[in-house]
Design a protein around this ligand. Structure first.
Ligand SMILES: N[C@@H](CCC(=O)N[C@@H](CS)C(=O)NCC(=O)O)C(=O)O
Length: 292
């Protein structure tokens, strides 16, 4: 299916994300290839921002699969990271300055950034608890829940059209129930912090933030919206805790500074709302398959 996103996609981020991109436009051996509209990219962007990692941001259109892009990431998806090669070159010679090792898959590359830039004195607190294997595993479990339940649920709602085998109400309930399950696993009843781990901001928060930021698109495009106000009438405790997290997340600089303006998201997500997008995520949702 020809990809209709190609022709209309804004070529650059806008708003605060444009400023952040411009501040990281200069040549640097650590390169993030991204698309401003992409929530998976925003995970990587937030991680770089949180840890103040020096890098170069390169905006590309992932729907145009340039050979140079596919050479870095055969899956042809953003985010893609190019990591400078440390140590001797592959043939044993002195390292070539321009040699790069690629990395992709947002969860993998965010974990890599957290581990590779681990000096807390320089890069701030680790985003996965380095000192506690159980807590780290628990974080990965709830990151997996975000990727396998909440994110697919988001697309099932936003891509819902009346001809679907499932109703909008069913898709909405499924999404809300996946979010509620996640919220019920959060630490931090008052007065501790708002994050998944209470006082401690972590990759669990990072992984959900871009879709939380995009929930307004469901309110914009789908009758009845996300339905959180209604859900809160039935379960005040869960949804009050969600709201604490949501408000804190929306105010976090790393999210705000990597976000473009709402009107641009509304524009680009129209094809999801009409279920005509040719993106791989969109097609997988339409076909009831696992997301790429
Ligand atoms: N599992 C991947 C998904 C990345 C992804 O789907 N990125 C989209 C943009 S939001 C993309 O590159 N799409 C290109 C296409 O669909 O052809 C990750 O977590 O990084």
């Amino acid at each position: 299916m020809p990809n209709p996103v190609d022709k209309t996609l804004e070529p650059q981020p806008s708003g605060r994300a444009a400023e952040f991109a411009a501040a990281h436009a200069a040549e640097h051996p650590l390169k993030l290839y991204g698309g401003w509209f992409c929530p998976f990219v925003q995970r990587a962007w937030i991680t770089l921002h949180e840890k103040r990692i020096a890098h170069q941001y390169i905006e590309i259109n992932p729907y145009h699969k340039e050979a140079s892009f596919l050479a870095l990431n055969p899956r042809g998806l953003v985010p893609t990271l190019a990591v400078p090669v440390a140590g001797p070159g592959a043939n044993g010679n002195a390292p070539h300055r321009r040699e790069q090792k690629p990395l992709y898959e947002s969860t993998v590359l965010c974990e890599y950034l957290d581990e590779a830039y681990a000096d807390e004195g320089h890069y701030g607190p680790r985003l996965l608890p380095a000192e506690d294997a159980y807590e780290r595993a628990r974080c990965r479990l709830w990151i997996d829940h975000i990727g396998t339940k909440i994110v697919p649920g988001f697309y099932q709602v936003i891509q819902h059209t009346p001809d679907k085998a499932y109703s909008l109400e069913e898709a909405r309930r499924k999404l809300l129930s996946s979010i509620a399950t996640w919220v019920q696993e959060m630490d931090g009843d008052e007065p501790s912090g708002p994050w998944f781990l209470g006082d401690r901001f972590s990759l669990v928060d990072v992984m959900l933030a871009p879709w939380a930021r995009r929930l307004f698109l469901i309110d914009h495009y789908k009758p009845g919206g996300v339905g959180i106000a209604e859900a809160r009438r039935e379960d005040e405790k869960t949804w009050a805790r969600w709201q604490r997290w949501f408000d804190a997340m929306m105010a976090r600089d790393s999210l705000r500074n990597t976000t473009s303006t709402d009107d641009k998201y509304i524009e680009v997500y129209k094809r999801y709302a009409e279920d005509t997008t040719g993106s791989e995520v969109g097609q997988a949702t339409r076909d009831g398959k696992r997301l790429p």
